[in-house]
Design a protein around this ligand. Structure first.
Ligand code: ADP
Ligand code: ZN
Length: 734
């Protein structure tokens, strides 16, 4: 028998499968990690991706597997298929694809868990009682209180870490044959909080109906379009319960790392089963432990951000993608896969259910549902007859005329006052952190920019410093303009820090919290802040988009978007969609228990995205948007392929772009009709971290074949000092 092996997946650039003979006494299965000789190296690590009886090579040229690295398969067959799918779909190497399936700590060594010395009771029942009596003096008091304490601990817990116990007492008890010291594996728990178990809700009629539709669906792929607060999460829980009951497993994907702690604690309240957590915020050790937990079959439910879609589960019963519209489901490194695409393939391979849930599905997803690729399930109402909050649009042009120079309109001020007087809570949303977003000289127009990036620097008042939000470079603010020498440097553009200051000045008695990247620097910060706000330790929460995601605060009756049009001005075909989506999500945070109000401050009150959001009318928005996209030949009716070039020397980057265009034209020539446009240009932010950036944007009709050809050309074209990347319908078009 012969094994097909990918060698050294952490380093290899070559995409080749090597064959090795399996010694007759050795048991090797696909997915196992093995030690093999390779080139001049005596042994290196390989992964078996297939077994065959006849080799394509001459017998004397074939080398033998030295030994398996573990007795179990590090990868499941399904994962191997998935890697092959990724290899083809994103035209990448199999080794690269396999890396998604194995955490880095698992590669390049033997799999071993963290161990710790533990004291464990040997004696049981009567023997234990006897030994215990022997520890007592005649008067019933212990001879050694320390030893008695250790014994009592162990009677409760069975075993305990040595370092938590009195060592000399432990050794004394060991000598007496009462306990033994062993090395045991311990799991590094990402979240140690314990939570009380709560019972399942009685499902509402609507929830029952949806659950039945999922159980009986022929399609096995669903789009659950439910307004905020319609009870989608409860559906997810029941679907996962179904999986467990059938001996299957499930994956629940959530968009943000920061969202995972809440969701984890919430799931723990509802499941007796162990839950594994996968996301990039975990430490290396934690990630390894979570992976092992799944590998051993200890955890049947996996919760995590996009990479959790690769979790090594067997018998997958369902994949649920919550808030499926979130852009974080697309990878930001190459290959730029989306969790949706991987999930679809994985569900196809395993026969698992795929459920995409959102109050504001992506236009592309909804379009697919309308065409029957997903079964569309609708939950148009909030639970228990609760109304969606009333949305009021405030035209900010009027505010300027009234002489209001703050970012808080008169109407919002009134509503905040009212909310505070009712002892309720409010959330204010602004998509810019810092104090002032740029500094400009009023005399000559000079703007302070980062030395390494082509972006303005943001003023952070708390530290009295200018910061670049792209590379982190900082600078002490100047008092006179370095160009014209006049003392006319002024601060413009309001960020969250300034809002906080304004709100504190307006409402000195209110307790204000701010939540943005600057206040979220430590690991537990998010959960802490979340809990503080939930416990009403603050009245007003100010934040960037972080605060729009999935929060369910019962006491929030007011939420406000301070600048609803910032996203409208971004040159991207999805700017209206994103505006609608953000507003709807923010509106969804208010009035989750009693009627709420939403205030939208904007300079574009008539824009259709804002108007439809006012009436919570997703379908209306969808109809208008999809008609426009069809007319303008925008995705999903076409595709954008973006090729990025970056390098330290601009002329080299430009040369590479020119060269690629020449090659591209040769490839695309026979397909002229399929091409809508090709454009090469500087990136909107031309320089980041001292790298000059250019793009080629190819807009073409939907044609998998043609896209494949572009991918192939990309793959085989390399430029020494210029880095390149390829992306389909990039999240950021600029
Ligand atoms: P969505 O995810 O659609 O925004 P959630 O699932 O968060 O909505 O539900 C909103 C709130 O209602 C949550 O606090 C949830 O625990 C609660 N809830 C959901 N279903 C029920 C039910 N059947 N009975 C009582 N409360 C429920
Ligand atoms: Zn910078």
């Amino acid at each position: 028998m012969y094994a097909e092996v990918i060698v050294d997946i952490s380093h290899t650039q070559v995409d080749r499968v090597f064959e090795y003979r399996i010694p007759s006494e050795m048991e090797i299965r696909p997915g196992m990690r093995v030690k093999v000789p390779f080139g001049k190296m005596k042994d290196t690590e390989g992964i078996v991706i297939g077994i065959k009886e006849i080799s394509d090579y001459e017998p004397d040229k074939i080398r033998e597997i030295i030994e398996p690295l573990e007795s179990f398969c590090a990868l499941t067959e399904e994962q191997i298929h998935l890697a092959e799918f990724i290899q083809k779909k994103y035209n990448t190497t199999l080794a690269m694809a396999l890396r998604f399936m194995l955490p880095a700590q698992v590669r390049g060594g033997r799999i071993s868990a963290k161990t710790q010395r533990m004291a464990r009771l040997i004696l049981k029942g009567q023997e234990l009682e006897q030994a215990e009596r022997a520890l007592l003096k005649k008067d019933g008091r212990p001879r050694s209180p320390k030893q008695m304490e250790v014994l009592t601990f162990l009677k409760h817990n069975g075993q305990m870490a040595l370092r938590e116990l009195n060592t000399s007492a432990v050794h004394a008890l060991e000598k007496k044959g009462i306990l033994e010291i062993v090395r045991a594996e311990i799991a590094r728990l990402p979240f140690e909080k314990s939570v009380p178990r709560t019972r399942d809700y009685e499902l509402t009629e609507k929830q029952k109906q949806i659950l039945e539709a999922i159980r009986n669906g022929k399609q096995k792929r669903f789009l659950l379009h439910g307004v905020t607060g319609s009870g989608k999460t409860e559906i997810y829980i029941r679907v996962m319960r179904d999986c467990i009951a059938k001996g299957k497993t499930a994956i629940l994907l959530v968009p943000e790392i920061s969202l995972t702690p809440q969701t984890y604690l919430f799931l723990k309240q509802r499941f007796d089963e162990e839950i594994a957590v996968f996301h990039s915020g975990l430490s290396a050790g934690e990630r390894f432990d979570e992976w092992m937990k799944v590998k051993r079959g200890k955890a049947k439910i996996v919760l995590g951000a996009r990479s959790a879609i690769f979790a090594p589960l067997d018998d997958l019963g369902a994949v649920i993608i919550d808030e499926e519209h979130e852009t974080s489901y697309k990878a930001d490194n190459y290959p730029k896969y989306t969790a949706h695409e991987i999930a679809e393939e994985r569900c196809r391979l395993s026969g698992a259910l795929l459920i995409l849930g959102s109050a504001t599905p992506q236009i592309e997803t909804y379009y697919k549902a309308c065409r029957g690729e997903y079964e569309l399930l609708k939950m148009p109402n909030r639970l228990f007859g609760l109304q969606l909050p009333a949305v009021e649009i405030v035209d900010m042009c009027g505010e300027l005329k009234k002489g209001n120079r703050t970012a808080i309109s008169g109407r919002l001020y009134e509503e905040l006052e009212h909310t505070l007087s009712q002892k309720k809570q409010a959330m204010l949303f602004l998509n810019r952190r810092g104090y002032s977003t740029f500094v400009m000289c009023r005399s000559c127009g000079y703007v302070v920019k980062c030395g390494s990036c082509d972006v303005t620097m943001t003023y952070h008042k708390t530290q009295d410093i200018l910061k670049c939000h792209y590379c982190g470079r900082t600078k002490v603010p100047e008092t006179v303009c370095p160009i014209c020498g006049k003392p006319h440097l002024k601060y413009f553009g309001t960020g969250t820090q300034q809002i906080e200051e304004q709100v504190r000045q307006m409402f000195p008695q209110a307790r204000v919290l701010r939540m943005d990247l600057d206040t979220m620097t430590t690991k537990g910060a998010h959960l802490e802040l979340f809990e503080d706000f939930a416990a009403h330790k603050a009245d007003i929460l100010i934040g960037t988009q972080m605060i729009t995601k999935g929060f369910d605060f019962k006491n929030v009756t007011l939420s406000a978007v301070l600048a609803a049009d910032t996203m409208l001005n971004i040159p991207d075909y999805r700017s209206a969609e994103r505006t609608f989506c953000h507003i709807t999500q923010i509106a969804g945070r208010a009035g989750r228990k009693e009627p709420g109000t939403v205030i939208l401050q904007t300079y574009n009150p008539k824009h259709y995205a804002i108007q439809y959001a006012k009436y919570h009318d997703y379908e209306g928005f969808y109809r208008e948007e999809i008609a426009m996209r069809e007319m303008a030949q925008l995705p999903p009716f076409s595709t954008y392929v973006q090729i990025q070039f970056s390098g330290e020397r601009e002329e080299q980057v430009v040369e590479a772009v020119k060269d690629f265009i020449r090659r591209l034209k040769a490839v695309l020539l026979p397909h002229k009709r399929g091409i809508i446009s090709i454009r090469a240009s500087e990136a909107a932010i031309k320089r980041i971290k001292d790298m000059e950036r250019y793009h080629i944007l190819i807009h073409l009709k939907n044609d998998e074949d043609l896209i494949g050809q572009i991918y192939q050309l990309f793959q085989k074209t390399r430029y020494g000092n210029v880095l390149t990347g390829i992306d389909i319908n990039p999240v950021n078009m600029a």
